[in-house]
Structures are given as structure tokens and as C-alpha cells.
Write a protein of this length. Structure first.
Length: 181
């Protein structure tokens, strides 16, 4: 189960003689909480966007099925008109063929438009998926960098040096800094 911001907030560390600075740990945990909350919010927003996109795709798929049924019905109607037109005069035959052609052309035009829209939605869905994948991979890369280990390994070594003449301790801070990699 992943950590929640509340888990991070409520985490308590034991204190030791040469432990970390409590203020620095609390400040760092506060920043982690803020960043974690932002990531959770972004994840929820992306999931909502994905659901909306999926709903749109499903609607367009239903529209496509309806249009395909309409095309089949239009084609059947055109065939009926043609068969009855053969039994009637040549004028009626010509008129029926014109109507059938018009119906078929309209249906095909609508089908082409629907197909183009569906293809565009599929393309947008792939782009969204790739962008979302790149975002998630970038976030994973951030989490897997050595910077996290570097931050945890940074310590301050404090060495006491006694002043021989005064016999008083003097505190000197030595900070172990590694160059940025």
C-alpha cells in the first residue's frame, strides 16, 4: 500500500545523540508531503481525463455502429427501390436511381466523416497515452535518481579541536559535499 501524505506527516523518528536536525527533517517531510499531494492530485486529474476520453471513444464507437447500420439499411432500401423501379416505367426507374444514389452518397459521406473522427480520436488517445506514459516514466526517473541517496548520505561531521593554549573546545564544521553528478 503506497504512503499517503498523512502517513508521511505522522512519521516520527527516534532521536539519537548525533541524529539529524529535527527542523531539517520536518522541513524535508513537509516538502515531500506537498510534492506527494501534487502528484496525487495530478494522477486523479489524469485519470478523470482518461475516463472522459474513454467515454468519448465509446460514444463515437456507438455512433460508428449506428452509422454502419444506417448504411446497410440505406443500401437495402436502395436495392428495394431499384427492384421496384424495374417494374415501372423508365422515368420512374431513373428517378429511383437518383434517389438511391443520393441516399448512398449521403450515408457514405456521413460514414467517412465518422471514420475520420474515430481515427482522430484514436490518434488523440494514442498521443494522450504516450504523453501520460512519458510523464509517469519521468516521475519514476526522478524517484530513481541517485540524488535521493546523495541527500540521505550527506552528513555534517563536527570535529572538536581543543585549543592547546586555552584548553577550550572550538567547534569546526566539515561538510562533505560531493560534486553534482
Amino acid at each position: 500500500m503506497p504512503l499517503s501524505p498523512l502517513d508521511i506527516h505522522n512519521k516520527e523518528f527516534t532521536k539519537s545523540f548525533r541524529g539529524y536536525s529535527e527542523d531539517e527533517v520536518n522541513d524535508f517531510l513537509d516538502q515531500v508531503i506537498k510534492d506527494y499531494e501534487i502528484l496525487i492530485k495530478e494522477k486523479r486529474e489524469l485519470e478523470e481525463q482518461l475516463k472522459k476520453s474513454q467515454t468519448l471513444v465509446e460514444n463515437y464507437q456507438k455512433m460508428e455502429e449506428t452509422l454502419q447500420t444506417s448504411i446497410l439499411l440505406a443500401q437495402e432500401t436502395a436495392e428495394d427501390v431499384r427492384s421496384s423501379a424495374h417494374n415501372e416505367a423508365k422515368l420512374i426507374v431513373k428517378e429511383a436511381e437518383k434517389n438511391a444514389d443520393r441516399i448512398i452518397n449521403d450515408a457514405l459521406l456521413k460514414a467517412r466523416k465518422a471514420t475520420i473522427e474515430v481515427d482522430e480520436l484514436k490518434k488523440q488517445s494514442r498521443v494522450f497515452r504516450n504523453r501520460f506514459k512519458m510523464l509517469v516514466e519521468a516521475q519514476l526517473d526522478l524517484l530513481q535518481t541517485d540524488d535521493w541517496d546523495h541527500l540521505l548520505e550527506l552528513e555534517k561531521d563536527i570535529t572538536e579541536i581543543r585549543d592547546i593554549n586555552r584548553n577550550e573546545p572550538a567547534v569546526v564544521e566539515v561538510i562533505d559535499e560531493k560534486p553534482n553528478e
